[in-house]
Ligand binder design. Structure first.
Ligand code: FAD
Length: 448
């Protein structure tokens, strides 16, 4: 009988332990189930549906080159997989382990017929533990423990052949899933991306040339200093181990390795706290007096807050499905602290607009910025957007994403209001920094 290869956020053929195990057993039926039910409100957002379309297409092409193909189904994953077992006579399913709570539930429901493999992370998440055997709550201690196990194991080679089953089960057509936007088609700026495994591997190799400069350059939004591997990593078009080995760089890559390790760390957090995307890591913050202002939230989403660095980031996000990490921190802090809007509102917007939206990375980073998480207790840390903008030399970045300000010089562009040179088509500051800061601190006292 054939075996099923259940693919989720591991859309690749290299370093794919579930594929290797399945191919070893005999004929393989690779399957992707589009499940909008199990994740509920965390179903794939709009920007990622665009990515998913291209990624699935690319994976199917790669499989066909090996005499195989990708079977597509839509519906509850557990139900569809059980149906496929009956249709094909398969008794075994291989998959890579996932940590999103809805996937863990599905994995449990499939019981004995499912064999799970580790393979999406630098090390198996449950193996990196504290002296007492628990998962780490603080990143720095996590890294210390993980580092002793690094470099990661060597990636597995791609199987030379993938045996096809005697009969292929029925597949839906990708086009029928209508994953791409039509009216309106907002994806024009997404042409900076090439989804799929080949592009991911090329990106990792190319980034190897820049990795030594990453320590400094990654903080400068005007420079393309980071790897831009996040959507590829989210969809598992490349494994973290493969990234480590393809990027190379030895000691010079230390800062990069530490960032990559954040991704492993966040899996541990959601394993420990599956509802982290919906609940404060520390309960006392449930008492924060959040403001509800549709107007302010709309200004933030549209990049019209009057703070050029925030607006540049939010517009880059909308146009390309990605935002520079330093600017993500500034824009998130601005929504939470300056506008006093619940971090979950921002988390949801990112979920729908990021091509790299990832339940663990998104929730952990939002709670980290908010200071409501298990790892930090830092409500009082309030980023000053204008200081950040100057310090990290964001003038070029602002010019690119806020064309209304393109004519302003480097020293005026960070804060046109203060210098009396705000163009008429650019909004006034939505709130003053000092006033916002006081209000946020006062709110923090209310939660204490
Ligand atoms: P690089 O700097 O080249 O890093 C390499 C890889 O390491 C990334 O691709 C990513 O997989 C991982 N990584 C780097 N920084 C982090 C981090 N802080 N936390 C977890 N993993 C990290 N990242 C996501 O992948 N998905 C999200 O939904 C997401 N939401 C975020 C929300 C906020 C408010 C903030 C502040 C950060 C968020 N990040 C998220 C983390 C980070 O901004 C992105 O991973 C990074 O900007 C992606 O660009 P890159 O691939 O060039 O990163």
């Amino acid at each position: 009988a054939p075996v099923l290869l259940w693919l989720r956020q591991d859309l690749r053929l290299h370093d794919q332990p579930a594929l290797v195990a399945a191919a070893h057993e005999g004929a393989v039926i690779p399957i992707y189930v589009r499940d909008d039910d199990a994740p509920g409100k965390w179903r794939t957002g709009a920007a990622q549906r665009w990515w998913l379309h291209h990624s699935l297409k690319s994976l199917d092409t790669a499989l066909r080159a090996k005499g195989s193909r990708l079977i597509l189904r839509k519906g509850d994953a557990v139900t569809e997989l059980r149906k496929l077992c009956e249709e094909s006579g398969a008794t075994a399913i291989h998959a890579i382990r996932h940590y999103e709570p809805w996937w863990r539930k599905a994995e449990d429901a499939l019981g004995d017929r499912l064999t799970l493999h580790d393979g999406n992370h630098l090390a198996p998440i449950e193996d990196v533990t504290t002296g007492a055997g628990g998962l780490f709550k603080v990143y720095s201690s996590f890294w210390k423990a993980l580092a002793t196990r690094m470099p990661p194991e060597d990636p597995l080679p791609m199987p030379r052949t993938i045996q096809a089953p005697a009969k292929w089960p029925k597949s839906e057509a990708l086009a029928d899933w209508k994953l791409l936007p039509t009216k309106p088609d907002w994806s024009g700026g997404f042409d900076v991306w090439t989804p799929g495994e080949d592009a991911a591997r090329k990106q990792a190799k190319d980034f190897g040339d820049a990795v030594a400069a990453y320590d400094v350059d990654r903080n400068l939004p005007s420079i393309d200093g980071s790897s831009r591997l996040s959507p590829h990593l989210h969809f598992g078009e490349i494994s973290a181990r493969d990234v480590w080995h393809l990027v190379g760089g030895g000691r010079a890559a230390l800062t990069f390795h530490k960032e990559l390790a954040w991704r492993d760390f966040t899996r541990g957090v959601i394993l420990d706290r599956p509802d982290y995307g919906d609940h404060n890591g520390r309960e006392k913050f449930d008492a924060l007096p959040w403001r509800r202002s549709e107007k302010d939230v709309a200004a933030w989403r549209q990049g019209r807050t009057g703070y050029p660095i925030v607006d540049a980031g939010m517009r880059q996000l909308w146009a390309t499905g990605w935002m520079h990490n330093r600017v993500r921190m500034i824009a998130a802090s601005f929504l939470i602290k300056h506008l006093l809007v619940d971090w979950r509102v921002g988390e949801r917007w990112f979920w729908d607009t990021l091509v790299d939206a990832d339940y663990a990375n998104n929730s952990v980073n939002w709670q980290w910025v908010a200071g409501t998480g298990i790892d930090s207790n830092m409500w009082g840390r309030i980023m000053a957007p204008l200081v950040q903008s100057e310090k990290f030399d964001a003038a070029g970045y602002i010019r690119e994403w806020v064309p209304e300000l393109a004519k302003l010089s480097d020293d005026l562009i960070h804060d046109p209001d203060a210098h009396g040179c705000r163009p008429r088509d650019y909004p006034r500051k939505i709130i003053g920094h000092r006033e916002a800061r006081e209000r946020a601190l006062e709110a923090g006292r209310a939660a204490r």
